[in-house]
Design a protein. Structure first.
Length: 120
């Protein structure tokens, strides 16, 4: 015949300690979850800021080329429109309208606030 050892009875103090330990574990897990969530938010914000910096840097680099292209387009259409008007050919006023539109768009492209360096 084997002798069975009885487990000690669960007292109210032991139940309280178990509940406190479980609550502490839940609080620790919640804290870790919130910290991980905050880190994911921070990383998303940093990635968005980096994308924005790249986008605006590309835009700043493209603005002078865009301005030059619009000026040249306006100049070519101005010369062609003047020639068409001088030769009394149709299309002269339309080409002068294209000139005005190209130069207006060129004026609408914002200028760089500071000179750009070659390599940064």
């Amino acid at each position: 015949m084997t002798i069975r050892r009885r487990r000690p009875a669960l007292t109210l103090a032991r139940v309280d300690r178990l509940l406190i330990a479980a609550e502490r574990d839940v609080a620790d897990r919640r804290t870790a979850y919130e910290a991980a969530k905050a880190e994911r938010r921070r990383m998303r914000r940093l990635k968005a800021a980096a994308r924005s910096r790249v986008r605006y840097a590309a835009l700043r680099r493209a603005q002078p080329a865009l301005r030059l292209a619009l000026v040249l387009c306006g100049l070519v259409s101005f010369i062609a429109g003047t020639a068409f008007l001088g030769l009394r050919r149709p299309g002269g006023p339309e080409l002068l309208g294209v000139t005005a539109a190209a130069w207006s768009l060129c004026a609408a492209v914002p200028r760089a606030r500071r000179p750009m360096s070659v390599d940064r």
